[in-house]
Design a protein around this ligand. Structure first.
Ligand code: ZN
Length: 515
C-alpha cells in the first residue's frame, strides 16, 4: 500500500506486518494442503494433519491477538478519513470484519468443530459408497447442532444461516439470496421444461475413448491460450479438481481426466483456469495481504463459469478450438461435425449428480440444497426427513428420483466436511454474475465474441483483470458487482443468455435432430 504510507500512522505499518505474518502462515498451510490433495503418500496423512493443525492454530492466535484489535481501533479515524476505495481503508474494514468474526467464536469450539468435521468426513467416505444414510444420520445431526451453535455466536443476524452466507458472500444474507433465487427460479423452471421436452442431441462422440496424455496436452494448450500464466502457476492432477493460491505469482490449478468421457478433463481445466486467472489478476499491491484474494465464493465461481461455460461451451470458442481438438483426436472426431460437437457439449438432461449436471438444470440442484440447509438450521426439517425430502424435490423439479441416497442426499461432501449452511449458494451466484460480467465486457468491447472465435482471449481476460480481478477482496459482493459492471447483481443477463443459447440450440424442430 505505498500511497497510504505517506502520512500513515505507525499503527498501519504494525497492522500490515502482523497481518502479513498471518497471511504467510495461511499460505504455508495452503501449500501443505495442495500437496495433500496431489502428491502426499497414503501414509503421510496423520503427520500432515498435525502440521496443518499447528499452522492453523498459530495463524488464529496471531490474528485474534488483542493487539490486532487495538490497532484496528486506533486506525479507525485514519481509515475513515480516506476514500472508501483506498487500499488502507479496505484493509482496515476487511480486517475488522474478519477479526470480529474470529474473536466471537471461542478457540475451543472451533477445535471441537474441526475435529467433528474431520470425523464426519471419514464417516461419509464409508457411508456414501455403502448407501448408509441411517449410519451417518447421527453424525449429520451433530453437525447441524454445532452449526446452530456456531450461528448463535452471531446473535444480531436475522436468520440462523446469515453468518454462513456472509462468510461465503460478504454483504449478502439469506433474504438477499432467497430473493435472487426466487426470481431466477420463476424464469428458469419454464425454460428447463421447454428444453427437456425436446429431442436431445446425441453426445456419444464424447465417450469414444480419449487417451489421457493427449487430453492433458490439449487442456494445457487451452489453459495457456485462455491466459492462465504457467510461469506463475502449474497444473497437476487431483481426484476433485480445485485451485489454490499462495500469492498472485503462484496460483496452482488441478484437473482430472477420464479416458471414457472427454468432458470431465476439458471443462474442469477451463473451470479451474478461470479461478486461477482471477487470482493471477489481483492487483500486485494487494498481494500478501488480507485483500489479495477473490471477493467471495460466488464471485470466484463467476470466473470459473465464465471460461468453462459462457466461453468454453460457446459456438465461437469451438470455431477456433474444434479443428485443433479434432487434429488431436482424429480417430474419435474425424466424422463429427462442429455442430454435432457443439450440441453434444451443451446437451441438457435432468440428472442426479450435481457436479455432472448441465448448465441449465445445474441451478435447480443448488436451490434445493440451499433450501434444505435453511430448513435443517431453522428446525423445520429433521435430518431423518432429508432422504425423502430430497426425492420429492427431485421429482417436482427435475422429474426424476434418485434410486438411493448414495446418488441422492449423500452425494456432496460439503455437509460432511464443514458446517451445514452457506455451502452451495455461491455456485448459482457465480452463474448469474458470470453472464452479467460478460454482458458488460462485450458492451465495452464489442469485438470480444469475434476475438473468441479466433482464439484471441486477451481482450476478455484484460477486461476482467482491469474491472474485477484487480479489486481483489477490497469490497463486499454488492460493491464489487457494482464497481465491475456499473449495476447491482441481476438475473436478467443470465436469463437472457440461457434463453438465447438453449432456444437457439433446441428451438426450431429442424434445428434439433442430428444425423
Ligand atoms: Zn469452482
Amino acid at each position: 500500500m505505498p500511497d497510504a504510507r505517506h502520512d500513515a500512522p505507525p499503527e498501519l505499518d504494525e497492522l500490515t506486518r502482523r497481518l502479513a505474518t498471518v497471511h504467510d502462515l495461511r499460505a504455508a498451510s495452503a501449500v501443505l494442503g495442495w500437496d495433500q490433495m496431489t502428491y502426499l503418500p497414503p501414509k503421510g496423512g496423520a503427520a500432515r494433519g498435525r502440521h496443518l493443525a499447528t499452522l492453523s492454530r498459530l495463524a488464529h492466535e496471531q490474528f485474534t491477538d488483542d493487539r490486532v484489535g487495538a490497532l484496528l481501533d486506533a486506525l479507525r479515524p485514519y481509515a475513515s478519513s480516506l476514500p472508501a476505495d483506498h487500499p488502507a481503508t479496505a484493509l482496515v474494514r476487511v480486517a475488522r470484519h474478519d477479526w470480529e468474526k474470529a474473536v466471537r467464536v471461542p478457540g475451543a469450539f472451533m477445535a471441537a468443530f474441526t475435529e467433528h468435521c474431520s470425523a464426519s468426513y471419514q464417516a461419509w467416505a464409508t457411508a456414501r459408497p455403502a448407501n448408509d444414510f441411517a449410519g451417518i444420520a447421527p453424525v449429520l445431526e451433530r453437525t447441524v447442532e454445532m452449526s446452530r451453535e456456531y450461528a448463535a455466536f452471531f446473535p444480531a443476524t436475522a436468520h440462523v444461516a446469515d453468518a454462513f452466507v456472509d462468510e461465503a458472500e460478504p454483504g449478502l444474507d439469506v433474504a438477499a439470496v432467497q430473493a435472487l433465487f426466487a426470481s431466477l427460479r420463476a424464469r428458469l423452471v419454464p425454460l428447463v421444461r421447454e428444453v427437456v421436452a425436446r429431442p436431445r442431441p446425441d453426445d456419444s462422440c464424447l465417450t469414444r475413448g480419449y487417451p489421457e496424455d493427449a487430453q492433458w496436452r490439449f487442456g494445457e494448450m487451452v489453459a495457456r491460450r485462455l491466459g492462465y500464466d504457467f510461469d506463475r502457476g502449474r497444473q497437476d492432477r487431483a481426484p476433485h479438481p480445485f485451485t489454490t493460491s499462495f500469492s498472485r505469482d503462484d496460483v496452482r490449478i488441478t484437473t482430472r481426466l477420464s479416458h471414457d468421457d472427454l468432458r470431465f478433463g476439458l471443462f474442469a481445466t477451463m473451470h479451474e483456469a478461470g479461478h486461477g486467472m482471477y487470482e493471477q489478476g489481483i492487483a500486485p499491491g494487494l498481494d500478501g495481504t488480507l485483500l489479495g484474494s477473490g471477493a467471495s465464493s460466488g464471485i470466484h465461481e463467476s470466473q470459473s463459469r465464465l471460461w468453462e461455460n459462457v466461453v468454453g461451451r460457446s459456438r465461437g470458442f469451438w470455431e477456433w478450438g474444434y479443428p485443433l481438438l479434432r487434429a488431436e483426436f482424429p480417430d474419435q472426431l474425424g466424422d463429427v461435425t462442429l455442430d454435432t460437437f457443439h450440441r453434444a457439449v451443451n446437451r441438457v438432461e435432468p440428472s442426479l449428480i450435481r457436479v455432472e449436471a448441465d448448465e441449465l438444470t445445474y441451478n435447480l440442484h443448488i436451490m434445493m440444497r440451499f433450501d434444505f440447509e435453511l430448513a435443517l438450521l431453522d428446525g423445520s426439517m429433521r435430518v431423518a426427513d432429508l432422504p425423502e425430502a430430497w426425492r420429492a424435490r427431485f421429482i417436482s423439479d427435475l422429474g426424476i428420483a434418485p434410486p438411493d441416497d448414495r446418488d441422492g442426499c449423500l452425494q456432496d461432501v460439503h455437509w460432511f466436511a464443514g458446517p451445514v449452511g452457506g455451502a452451495f449458494q455461491g455456485y448459482t451466484i457465480g452463474n448469474v454474475f458470470a453472464a452479467q460480467a460478460y454482458d458488460r465486457a462485450i458492451r465495452d468491447l464489442p469485438s470480444i465474441p469475434s476475438d473468441v472465435a479466433q482464439g484471441e482471449f486477451a481482450p476478455l481476460l484484460g477486461w476482467m483483470h482491469a474491472n474485477l480481478h484487480a479489486l481483489g477482496r477490497m469490497f463486499d459482493v454488492n460493491e464489487t458487482v457494482v464497481r465491475a459492471t456499473g449495476a447491482p447483481l441481476s438475473i436478467e443477463p443470465y436469463v437472457a443468455y440461457l434463453e438465447r443459447k438453449f432456444r437457439g440450440l433446441y428451438g426450431s424442430g429442424s434445428d434439433t435432430p442430428l444425423p
